[in-house]
Design a protein around this ligand. Structure first.
Ligand SMILES: NC(=O)c1ccc[n+]([C@@H]2O[C@H](COP(=O)([O-])OP(=O)(O)OC[C@H]3O[C@@H](n4cnc5c(N)ncnc54)[C@H](OP(=O)(O)O)[C@@H]3O)[C@@H](O)[C@H]2O)c1
Length: 331
């Protein structure tokens, strides 16, 4: 039996279970040049929320009543394609289906000896790569500078903070629970961490945790949390806009303090980026991340949800802070 998860509605505000539907479909058989893939690990990511809107963006919107797709690690079950063999593990953006065909386009073979399969969706996948590229190419942190990371206990944030420590920075993380704050300090080596849900004045909390001010701000969330960080930026500070999850479900245009006078006075730079624009740097990023992993300089966490039917719930959980590290569904 085969199953597919489709987008049933374009969500308004926070997505809900009824925005998705699960249907039974026929299991396909590969023709010449094709192979049958069975997803083993499915990545659910905040950016999928953007693809549920019918608006032009850097990536096409999902179509209503069609399969949703995301980064997936799959096993080749049978192959009529000479470049792939039964038993190979591959990764690509694939559909939320229990079985699916591929002609090999866009598939990358993965080495299961390098790290556990699921790690190829997190620390060695797009989120780890985004952390590496965003911080090293745009933030360019120098030794002894202060780095603040929002969404710090998530897939991208937890890697960013650790790279900051490797580069010799004072690293402050912001996350949504006391348990996550503890994890940031004990497992990931952050110097300080702030629970934004129990912090009344983020600007004061940042000024206490980052006594010398903030040189680099790696922003995964935007909104009120970031407003508090901006107040503490040092001259020539760099703000990296990686994500804005606090605003992804907004139903009207979010507004906040005007930053322009401060940007001028403090000579700040602010740059958004999309990791897929840096494809040529992926091999270098994965090589470096794998090296740090092997040397024990980089730790990672995963929240693994089990079962194909639970993919939508795992996705919804991202907006509730259910994950520590990378949110992954094991099929
Ligand atoms: N630019 C790129 O190329 C690129 C690539 C990958 C990811 N991203 C972006 O980077 C960010 C992090 O992605 P990720 O995959 O690492 O996700 P993640 O951080 O592993 O998961 C999302 C986390 O966001 C936090 N969150 C949810 N709602 C929030 C809110 N209203 N305010 C503040 N925090 C909230 C939750 O943690 P708490 O418990 O701390 O609230 C949740 O665990 C996302 O914004 C994503 O879109 C960008």
């Amino acid at each position: 039996m085969n199953k597919v998860i489709k987008l049933a509605n374009r969500p308004t505000g926070k997505p809900v279970s009824s925005d998705f539907k699960i249907e039974e479909i026929k299991k396909p058989s590969p023709s010449d040049g094709e192979m049958l893939l069975k997803p083993k690990f499915v990545s659910v990511d905040p950016y999928l929320r953007g693809r549920m809107r019918d608006v032009e963006s850097y990536v096409d919107p999902f179509k209503l009543n069609k399969a949703i797709s995301s980064p997936i690690v799959a096993e080749v079950i049978s192959s009529e394609n000479t470049s792939f063999e039964k038993g190979d593990y591959v990764t690509a953006e694939l559909e939320w289906k229990k079985y699916q065909l591929s002609n090999g386009n866009g598939l990358r073979k993965i080495n299961p000896d390098l790290a556990p399969l699921s790690a190829h969706l997190g620390v060695l996948g797009l989120t780890g790569i985004a952390a590496f590229i965003g911080l090293t190419e745009i933030g360019v942190p120098k030794e002894e500078e202060t780095l603040v990371v929002s969404g710090a206990a998530g897939a991208v944030g937890s890697v960013v903070g650790q790279i900051g420590k490797i580069k010799g920075c004072h690293v402050v993380g912001i996350a949504g629970s006391d348990e996550k704050v503890e994890l940031l300090k004990s497992k990931f080596g952050f110097d300080a961490a702030i629970n934004y849900k129990t912090t009344e004045n983020m600007s004061n909390a940042i000024s206490q945790a980052a006594e010398s001010g903030v040189d680099v701000y790696f922003d995964n969330v935007a909104g009120d949390i970031s407003d508090g960080v901006y107040q503490n930026m040092n001259n020539f500070g760099r703000i990296i806009n990686c994500g804005a999850i606090a605003l992804y479900n907004a139903t009207s245009v979010p507004t906040g303090p005007r930053l322009e006078p401060m940007m001028v006075q403090k000579r700040l730079s602010m740059q958004g980026f999309i990791v897929s624009d840096y494809q040529e740097k992926f091999p270098e990023a994965v090589k470096q991340l794998a090296k740090w992993l092997k040397k024990g300089e980089l730790e990672y966490a995963e929240t693994i949800v089990e079962g194909f039917d639970n993919i939508p719930n795992a996705f919804l959980g991202l907006f509730e802070g259910d994950n520590k590290g990378k949110m992954i569904v094991k099929i």
